[in-house]
Design a protein around this ligand. Structure first.
Ligand code: SAH
Length: 281
């Protein structure tokens, strides 16, 4: 019997191959409601032995992970990082090398903000095989569940996803500035992630770069969750409305005339199928 015909040896080889260098699945958890997960994401969660998850992942999604799997919270809320990004990456590489199926579970889509791209680069550079499972990003969840069709053809021929949370330069400032002129273009919808703290400045800059202060704008808080809230106004009024109504993260800012369709298209609160419960963490 040749070596390759030896089933015990073959099984041992297969185990060794599986243990080194491990495999990571970067999974998009979607914006909150568990039934917005892709089937591929649900399958990866059901097969996971280790799950590293973020602040924005809902309890309903975590409930799909087998009870005997190791659940590790590495969540980051803007301004209160539980683990610095470098440590998250180190932990992920170290756990991946154990060879157990590891899921890195991130809110929304792994490659839309949230630094999934950096985590994928770290895996690629360390030679750890990985797969990315896309998720419904918050912009898509908010659009559907707040009745704001991002590219309704009467209103917008483009949609821009931007971040309101700019990378710090270590000296108390930001080393990146948004291209306000590009964000303020007509016939376009701008969606700003992590934009609550900088909302007054965003509205001010968009007007300074040519948008009418009466341009419709909205904030969608906890999109797709049972307690989703949508606040609509204009670039002139929105910052004050958001302040007086105590809007909290996670929330998305949406700017453009598509926001005016919210009144017609928002699902009635009682009929919403957007979500099932509170977040984890
Ligand atoms: N990868 C994620 C985004 C991570 S950045 C995605 O694709 O959705 C985190 C920001 O996403 C939050 O600050 C907020 O602006 C937005 N966000 C995430 N989930 C949200 C939700 N359920 N409702 C509104 N905004 C959300």
């Amino acid at each position: 019997m040749g070596l390759t015909d030896d089933p015990v040896r073959a099984a041992a080889d297969a185990t060794a191959a599986r243990r080194l260098p491990g495999k990571v699945t970067l999974v998009g958890a979607g914006p909150g409601a568990a039934d917005l997960l892709t089937l591929r994401a649900a399958r990866a969660l059901q097969q996971a032995e280790v799950v590293l998850y973020d602040h924005l992942v809902s309890r309903d999604v975590l409930d799909l992970v087998p009870a005997d799997a190791e659940l590790v919270y590495v969540g980051k809320a803007s301004g209160s990082h539980s683990l610095p990004q470098a440590q998250i990456i180190e932990l992920m590489l170290q756990r991946a090398r154990s060879g157990r199926p590891l899921v890195r579970l991130k809110g929304g889509d792994p490659y839309v903000f949230g630094r999934g791209g950096e985590e994928a680069q770290a895996l690629a550079r360390a030679g750890v095989p990985f797969e990315v499972v896309p998720g419904v990003s918050a912009a898509q969840g908010a659009a559907a569940c707040a009745g704001i069709p991002l590219t309704h053809r009467d209103h917008a021929g483009a949609v821009v996803f931007a971040t309101g949370h700019l990378r710090e330069d270590g000296r108390g400032g930001s080393d990146v500035e948004l291209d306000w002129g590009a964000l303020a273009r007509p016939h376009q919808t701008a969606v700003i992630y992590m934009g609550l703290a900088t909302l007054p400045r965003t509205c001010e800059q968009l007007v300074a770069h040519g948008m009418s202060p009466d341009t419709p704008a909205a904030v969608v808080e906890r999109a797709t969750c049972a307690d989703q809230r949508t606040i609509t106004g204009t670039l002139r009024t929105l910052p004050q409305q958001v302040k007086s109504q105590g809007v909290r993260s996670p929330a998305l800012v949406m700017v453009g005339t598509v926001v005016s369709l919210h009144g017609e298209l928002a699902p009635p609160a009682a009929a919403t199928r957007c979500g099932h419960g509170p977040e984890a963490g």
